[in-house]
Design a protein around this ligand. Structure first.
Ligand code: ARG
Length: 554
């Protein structure tokens, strides 16, 4: 129900639009119409205008009464109607159906996770993976056609080095792991500092990959396969999916036309042998298109990738969920595409996020402080298991619940804070049952389910029994669910859903503490159970949009 619209229609004056209606100040009803801005036109005091509107107000079942206070006309809505509508909507999803209808046929491309082959999947990648994975679900939920893309970092001279290292020192009798590749790469870097011939060998091997020599390509493919096998395990655990793994290598044969077009449009310049697009007019350093040795660059691949996505998916929006550090890269990329005349360049968005530290320490590969995401998940799940063992030792399927709680804690860590902010991962904090955490939300959900399991719940209830302050606060929260999800999609901000769920859970817990749900009074019990059911359903669905499972018991 759109109460702003209902109120403005009830006033029935062309001067008043739904956007003029604001939420009322604490203790002054539900909504308010500030009348100051009409004073000049109507040549009356705001207070007199508010009184006029009040006197002329048509009767509407959703509006219980009004009150003139200063220049404001305050509206008290009918709590009974509001409860009935909110619960009905959770059940019937008419509002969602409307939203989905409006979004039908729209496509969003999401570039997220986008890991680098033969490099560790560390906790720093968590943010892109979680934010992108969550937005993917949110957009699908709202009726969009979503395309999840893992733009793999699977091209570059480092693969020549790795290949050389593997030939020299790799143990070909046993199965290669991600860790082996890391060790080989580090050893190669160390030894080639002392031995220049080694560096040369690395370059030569990369050339062989580029030329497509079968044995070199086979080993390169082995590196790729090995990395993907390991990261896919992490993705499966987190519930992350992709529709495409087309990464940098995929664009090898798709860059030449772009480079030609840039030249033909007179956008390029040769500088120290390199081909660049000058962006001085836009306050940016030049965008490098090809190096002096002719090798293509990250930006060139991204130009080709954007073009390919536009051609292949006809997107309405294309999101890049990548750390703030790459802000300049994306600004340059979007600008060059605009200069090339791609009218869809305006639909490209860099969804950036801040830095992650781990237990107070910065994460930096260069200084050897690498924290593997798989280990973090493993530890969090183990700790969740300990907590469950202590709190609820008789719980059936403890392992499964611990998995949901542990993974959920990690996900909420990544999604619970506004994405531009820096965040620090701390086990005690993410696993706390009473902070703003996943376990708190999961626990509240399980609390609802356990109440519902204890009582027979009928479909019929009297919404007039949900008009006390605590119930009403829950009703109002339920009403805001679709808006929160829509807002999260529009702002590319899953934390809006997270914030919403915390507020809903807190409102529910106040309701839970204020009075018993299951009482002798059958009618009251039925009404409270209906409210509880709605909260449980919204919590469960909302959590799933954040890639978090909601066990029935914990
Ligand atoms: N692989 C890159 C990195 O780890 C991220 C790629 C992001 N996506 C893109 N289209 N540039 O830094």
């Amino acid at each position: 129900m759109d109460y702003r619209k209902i109120i403005s229609e009830a006033i029935g004056d062309p001067l008043v639009t739904p956007a003029d209606i604001t939420t009322a100040a604490e203790g002054h009803g539900d909504y308010a119409l500030p009348c100051f801005k009409y004073a000049r036109e109507l040549r009356k005091s705001p207070q007199a205008i508010a009184s006029d509107f009040a006197a002329r107000l048509g009767k509407h079942p959703a509006i219980e009464r009004t009150e003139v206070a200063g220049g404001y006309l305050n509206f008290y809505l009918d709590r009974r109607t509001r409860a009935e509508e909110a619960l009905k909507d959770v059940r019937e999803r008419a509002v969602l159906a409307g939203i989905r209808g409006r979004n039908a046929g729209k496509t969003v491309c999401l570039d997220y996770s986008s890991i680098n082959i033969a490099k560790p999947f560390h906790i720093g990648h968590l943010m892109s993976t979680a934010i992108g994975g969550s937005l993917y679900r949110i957009y699908k939920h709202l009726g969009w056609n979503a395309v999840g893309i893992n733009h793999l970092g699977d091209w570059g001279t480092q693969f020549g080095k790795l290949l050389a290292a593997y030939d020299l020192w790799g143990d070909k009798t046993k199965k290669l792991t991600l860790n082996d590749m890391l060790e080989l790469y580090v050893r190669f870097t160390d030894e080639s500092e002392k031995d220049p011939a080694l560096a040369e060998r690395g370059r030569h091997e990369f050339l062989r990959i580029e030329r497509g020599e079968p044995d070199a390509v086979a080993t390169y493919e082995l590196f790729k396969r090995t990395t993907l096998e390991e990261v896919d395990k992490v993705y499966a655990r987190l519930g992350i999916v992709f529709d495409s793994y087309n990464g940098e290598a995929f664009y090898n044969d798709k860059m030449a036309p772009i480079v030609e077009e840039l030249k033909a449009k007179g956008l390029t310049e040769v500088s120290d042998g390199a081909l660049i697009v000058r962006l001085d007019d836009y306050g940016m350093p030049p965008c490098l298109i090809t190096r002096s040795d002719g090798a293509s660059l990250y930006a060139t691949r991204d130009l080709a990738a954007a073009d390919y996505r536009a051609r292949t998916y006809h997107f309405n929006k294309c999101l890049y969920v990548v750390a703030t550090q790459q802000n300049l890269h994306f600004r340059q990329l979007f600008k060059v595409l605009e200069l090339m005349g791609r009218e869809w360049a305006k639909d490209l968005v860099h969804v950036q996020f801040g830095m992650v530290s781990y237990e107070g320490k910065p994460l930096s590969t260069r200084h050897g402080h690498v924290v593997f995401l798989a280990d973090v998940i493993e530890n969090t799940v183990a700790k969740a298991r300990e907590i469950i063992e202590e709190k609820n030792p008789d719980l059936p399927d403890k392992a499964e619940v611990a998995e949901s709680v542990g993974v959920g804690a990690v996900m909420f860590f990544a999604l619970g804070t506004q994405r531009v902010k820096d965040v620090d991962f701390n086990y005690d904090r993410v696993l706390s049952f009473d902070g703003e955490t996943a376990p708190y939300l999961q626990y509240t959900h399980a609390r609802c389910r356990s109440v519902l399991a204890k009582a027979e719940e009928g479909g019929e209830y009297d919404p007039a029994l949900l008009t006390d302050d605590e119930s009403y606060a829950v009703v109002k929260m339920l009403e805001g669910y679709n808006d929160a999800v829509t807002d999260a999609a529009e702002k590319y901000e899953p934390s809006i859903v997270a914030r919403y769920l915390i507020d809903l859970a807190q409102a529910f817990n106040r309701f839970y503490i204020a009075g018993r749900i299951i009482t002798e009074d059958k009618a009251l019990t039925a009404a409270r159970l209906a409210l509880t059911r709605s909260v449980a359903d919204v919590l469960k669905e909302g959590l799933s949009l954040l890639l978090i499972k909601a066990p029935d018991r914990m």
